[in-house]
Design a protein around this ligand. Structure first.
Ligand SMILES: [Zn+2]
Ligand SMILES: [Zn+2]
Length: 211
């Protein structure tokens, strides 16, 4: 589990303590508001909380071969997403909720799923990914490394930090063998909140991106 994941999980368990502690930019130590953006450190696949100045500075540096990428803010609910049973079987997803990230380093898709112990990573079948991209052309707009295809009862294109927040909530609220009522409520709340912040985009894709 990454440092950020661990923190997200801890924050979910200890809201009282979180209120008292001010988060700081992990690049320059500037105090941060509760809602802030993240930079992905490519080498370790670690998310860093970032202030506005560092977002600009380090994201631009990335163009010159830097180590950080700014995690985007767009959230798309994909309408008409096509995931037939064959593609799902080839993905070998062990649970219903998974997210896929396109790794720019290897060119391969990587499958993650939340577990009571955090995010579990599994290599994803490249042909299944190709099939998904063919059936859902919107996926060609997925930014490598920093955006994820999140599949639950619906499909979404989200910033990777959203996925980590979901994993953190599941980890913090999972009880017993099956998770329990509390964790199900947190998952429902996550997707309700995500729906409220998302725009709906046809999975068939279009040249025009929504604002
Ligand atoms: Zn900073
Ligand atoms: Zn943060």
């Amino acid at each position: 589990m990454t440092g950020l994941l661990r923190r997200l999980a801890t924050q979910a368990v200890e809201p009282a303590r979180r209120e008292r502690r001010t988060e700081r930019c992990e690049l320059c130590a500037e105090p941060l508001p509760a809602v802030h953006r993240h930079l992905l450190e490519l080498a370790g696949r670690e998310l860093r909380c970032a202030c506005r100045a560092c977002q600009v500075l380090f994201d631009h540096a990335a163009a010159g071969g830097g180590h950080y990428r700014l995690v985007p803010e767009r959230r798309w609910r994909l309408s008409g997403f096509r995931l037939d049973e064959g593609a799902w079987a080839r993905l070998r997803a062990p649970v219903r909720t998974v997210f896929l990230i396109h790794d720019s380093d290897t060119g391969d898709p990587v499958l993650y799923y939340p577990s009571p112990a955090g995010a579990v990573q599994a290599p994803a079948d490249r042909s299944a990914w190709e099939l998904l991209r063919r059936d859902n052309p919107v996926l060609r707009q997925l930014e490598p490394d920093v955006e994820a295809l999140l599949v639950d009862s619906e499909a979404w294109m989200v910033p990777v930090d959203d996925c980590y927040a979901l994993v953190g909530a599941i980890r913090a609220h999972w009880r017993g063998l099956t998770g329990g009522k509390d964790v199900r409520e947190h998952i429902t709340r996550f997707f309700t909140d995500l729906g409220g912040r998302s725009v709906t985009v046809p999975a068939a894709g279009s040249d025009r991106s929504p604002a």
